[in-house]
Design a protein. Structure first.
Length: 277
């Protein structure tokens, strides 16, 4: 049986890292891409193939994919678009340039890579496109406006692509995790310091009493996190099942949040979200 191949982005840590090693152990040929060359070198030392792909740099997307296709003889069975980050902060304090930057990474980069792969998958007779969204792809939370915007957009783009490819043997799937134990929060704090001028915000006191209080360890939601392996388990089903689901929700939080969006009015849903945030 021919070994199947998958390209995974954002593999330096967390979800991508866990998925890359797990799929390699299952017999997949894994191309575990990272944004930084030093992370690629580390994964290569661990026995993975690791092209450099940075969603902010379309030339690196093209070069990284070309490297993969050259290695496989021009085919690729699956892609898991996973690399992403957040910029914590209130919407009114979010610079337009920051929103533009995060859209490039969390949405436009996914789109560029996916567009290049669709003709490859069509020519080879099939493939799987799996996009990592979030519980914030169908719910909204204070302080997370930039990330929410990118994931809602990703959900819409992915749903539309699935409809448009109906009848072709290319499956389009959304992975929708809740809170996962990764470096996402730590990376978000770096982006916060880069972009958010909170000290000069009219809401400076709220930043101190809410967002930063959670960063100091007083965050009741931290207990809802689950390991990245929970995401990998759903990804394996999305890649290996004969008929993958269009969506995979991961964690009780993700399921509960979806349930609330179905039964509550907008006002009631807003109240619950404010209380839980």
């Amino acid at each position: 049986m021919t070994q199947k191949s998958v390209l995974i982005t954002g593999c330096s840590s967390g979800i991508g890292y866990d998925a890359a090693h797990a799929l390699k152990a299952r017999g997949w040929r894994v191309f575990a891409s990272c944004r930084k060359q030093e992370d690629c070198d580390r994964l290569i030392a661990e026995g993975l193939e690791s092209p450099r792909i940075d969603y902010d740099d379309e030339a690196s997307i093209d070069a990284g994919l070309d490297e993969v296709l050259q290695a496989t003889g021009g085919t690729l069975d699956a892609v898991f678009n996973n690399g992403a980050y957040g910029i914590p902060g209130l919407v009114e304090d979010l610079p337009t340039e920051a929103l533009r930057a995060i859209l490039q990474t969390n949405l436009i980069g996914y789109h560029h890579l996916t567009r290049r792969l669709i003709p490859v998958m069509r020519a080879q007779g099939g493939g799987r496109i799996v996009n990592c969204s979030s519980v914030m792809g169908y719910t909204s939370y204070p302080w997370r406006g930039a990330y929410v915007a990118t994931k809602w957009a990703l959900e819409g783009l992915t749903d539309t692509l699935r409809l448009e490819l109906h009848g072709e043997p290319i499956h389009v799937v959304l992975i929708e995790p809740g809170l996962i134990t990764t470096k996402f929060g730590a990376n978000g704090r770096i982006q916060f310091e880069k972009w958010i001028d909170w000290r000069n915000s009219v809401h400076a006191d709220r930043y101190q009493s809410d967002l930063m209080r959670k960063w100091r360890g007083d965050n009741p939601q931290a207990g809802l996190e689950v390991p990245a392996s929970h995401v990998t388990a759903k990804l394996i089903h999305a890649l290996e099942s004969r008929r993958p689901h269009p969506r995979y929700k991961i964690t009780k939080l993700a399921h509960f949040a979806k349930f609330l969006t179905r039964i509550l009015s907008t006002r009631a849903s807003d109240w619950v979200t404010r209380r839980a945030s």
